[in-house]
Design a protein around this ligand. Sequence first.
Ligand SMILES: Cc1cc2nc3c(=O)[nH]c(=O)nc-3n(C[C@H](O)[C@H](O)[C@H](O)COP(=O)(O)OP(=O)(O)OC[C@H]3O[C@@H](n4cnc5c(N)ncnc54)[C@H](O)[C@@H]3O)c2cc1C
Ligand code: FES
Length: 260
Amino acid sequence: MTSVKIERVVKETPDIYTLYFPAVAGARSGQYVMVWLPGVDEVPMSLSTIGWASSITVRVVGEATRTMSELEAGDRIGVRGPFGNGYTANGSNPLIVGGGTGIASLTPLAEEMTSKGVKPTFIIGARSKDQLLFKDRLSHLLGLNLAVSTDDGSEGYHGYASNLATEIMSHGKFDQLYICGPEIMAVNTWAEADRLGIPTQASLERLCKCAVGLCGSCAIGPYRVCKDGPVFDSAKLLEVAADFGKRRMDASGRMIPVDH
Ligand SMILES: Cc1cc2nc3c(=O)[nH]c(=O)nc-3n(C[C@H](O)[C@H](O)[C@H](O)COP(=O)(O)OP(=O)(O)OC[C@H]3O[C@@H](n4cnc5c(N)ncnc54)[C@H](O)[C@@H]3O)c2cc1C
Ligand code: FES
């Protein structure tokens, strides 16, 4: 566990904040850190910046994330990690589909690809225009290869990111798909990619407590999201199809439906 000083906080949307701190050594796109808030909790957060500094991008959903949203430059947090397998940058014509804070872990992947001369097509989706994450950062990086969807039609395609992905996949010849976001969006996008034979890497979320494969709170099928994931390739997605998009364990170990 390292204590790090927050250097900058950016309010991205009404309930999403990015906290910048000194670079986590050796991190790759798609990996996450465990963030310790003394007296509150320790929770997993994907790295949304990799390189010159690190950042996490947090949506307020409960006590730990609310505490993070109230932090200011100069405050300190505990950071463990990086953990997890991360994405593998494959293909010469990749498609990236991110919804909500799922866009956070996919943005460093797009930056890694462009630095290697591969320009991905990136769909970012949100409920409405004011919830879109990293639009300027990605538009600067990808230009016309950035597509936007909003559920309410306030910007870009009117509908779910998974529906836009289905349309775009039917026109383009993509050789790799990356997904991170609400599980219903992820499972629907993957189903279409599977039908078309496009190899997929999807980042999954389950409750993570230890982050090192010991406690079992993040189990999905035969795997632990914290250690075997969070990124699952097509073969592993098939193995966890009975749970993916359907059910997960709550904090007391009961199976509950995945909320979309
Ligand atoms: C690998 C990984 C990476 C993540 N990256 C991000 C990120 O970049 N940005 C971000 O905002 N959030 C991310 N999360 C989710 C984040 O960890 C949770 O939202 C956070 O722990 C909630 O803590 P809380 O105390 O604020 O809310 P709680 O009160 O603990 O939870 C609020 C609600 O969210 C549900 N929930 C909490 N954690 C999870 C989970 N892991 N999977 C499904 N449902 C959950 C709870 O059951 C409850 O209904 C990530 C999770 C994982 C496993
Ligand atoms: S978080 Fe403990 S096993 Fe995955």
